[in-house]
Design a binder for this molecule. Structure first.
Ligand code: ATP
Ligand code: PRP
Ligand code: MG
Length: 286
């Protein structure tokens, strides 16, 4: 049975459960459940604090886990990212009151408050800056107002939390994060049994990612415009072309990136294509 760690709280928890559900796995019904077995798929899910997941996975007791890239790096655990999942995207940044600092080089002798001590200490060391780091569990935006630190380093998504606290980011982003699937570094032979199930799990999640980012596009066009049309819709491998009953016309079917679908439809229409349809993809295996 494959053993998988899933975030039980916070920004990762809802989207992770949703993605697993879309990938055909059973998920817990109540937010207090800490583990469930999905017998049909031979998988056991453990609902753990997002911060602890890299530690469990690196210990080898769980085969894989879903966590944030920033949490993985912060933990220092011997686990590696094997698939980015595209949700819980954030940047990790320094912030302070306007006029305090412009870059990491200004932080010598200052105190930085953060929940991500590992990332911050590593970043300061990489830049040869001697600054103190104070660990806070959360709500670090308030630390400056209350005099615990001159600077904070925290997750930023929309920037609303910083704005509300009268703070501004400065310097280069320390890192970019998103949800990722992780596994232990240096898998030994005991993992070989799990390998086919791990690969199947990854294929299922990749299928969800493709279904979320692509749509299926169908259209009719004159045979003489086909080459120009398929240049707009090359598909992933190659588009499917079928003859139409009306002579001189063909039907084309190809996957296109959802974000570009409207522009491609305009361009196809301008080329003379008609009956241009897009449909959602519910699931896929590439
Ligand atoms: N507002 C946000 N938007 C997008 N991603 C976020 C946001 N806040 C946190 N994250 C990401 O979610 C992951 C987990 O952070 P989260 O804040 O949910 O956990 P936590 O701080 O450990 O738990 P909690 O906030 O419940 O104490 C991290 O990878 C982080 O980058
Ligand atoms: O840029 P924004 O869109 O405002 O999002 C960033 C905020 O979200 C997270 O806080 P969270 O809700 O996890 O609270 P926490 O500080 O207690 O972890 C993070 O620590 C920031 O405070
Ligand atoms: Mg948080």
């Amino acid at each position: 049975m494959l053993r998988i760690a899933v975030p039980n709280k916070g920004s990762l928890s809802g989207p992770a459960a949703e993605m697993l559900h879309e990938a055909g796995y059973q998920q817990r019904r109540e937010s207090k459940e800490l583990r469930i077995v999905d017998p049909e798929n031979e998988v056991e899910f453990f609902y753990l604090r997002p911060r602890d997941i890299a530690i469990y996975v690196s210990s080898g007791r769980l085969d894989i886990g879903i966590t944030g890239r920033d949490l993985l790096i912060d933990s220092g655990a011997k686990a590696e990212e094997i698939l980015p999942l595209g949700f819980a995207r954030s940047t990790f940044r320094f912030a302070t009151k306007p006029g305090t600092a412009k870059g990491v080089e200004d932080l010598a002798g200052m105190t930085v408050a953060t929940s991500y001590e590992g990332i911050v200490a590593g970043h300061l060391a990489d830049h040869g800056i001697d600054a103190s780091v104070v660990h806070l569990d959360g709500a670090v935006e308030t630390a400056i107002e209350l005099g615990v630190a001159e600077v904070i380093a925290d997750v930023v998504e929309t920037g609303t939390s910083l704005r509300n606290a009268g703070l501004e980011v400065f310097g280069d982003p320390i890192m970019k994060s998103e949800a990722v699937v992780i596994r232990r570094v240096g898998s030994d032979t005991s993992d070989e049994d799990a390998e086919p199930k791990v690969q199947q799990f990854l294929r299922r999640l990749q299928g969800v990612l493709v279904a979320r980012t692509y749509v299926m596009m169908d259209y009719d066009c004159r045979a003489e415009h086909l080459e120009k049309a398929v240049a707009l819709t090359p598909g992933l491998e190659s588009p499917t072309i079928s003859p139409l009953h009306n002579e001189g016309w063909v039907a084309v079917r190809a996957m296109v990136p959802a974000k570009e679908a409207q522009r491609i439809m305009d361009d196809l229409y301008a080329l003379g294509a008609r009956a241009i349809l897009t449909t959602a993809i519910h699931a896929c295996r590439l």
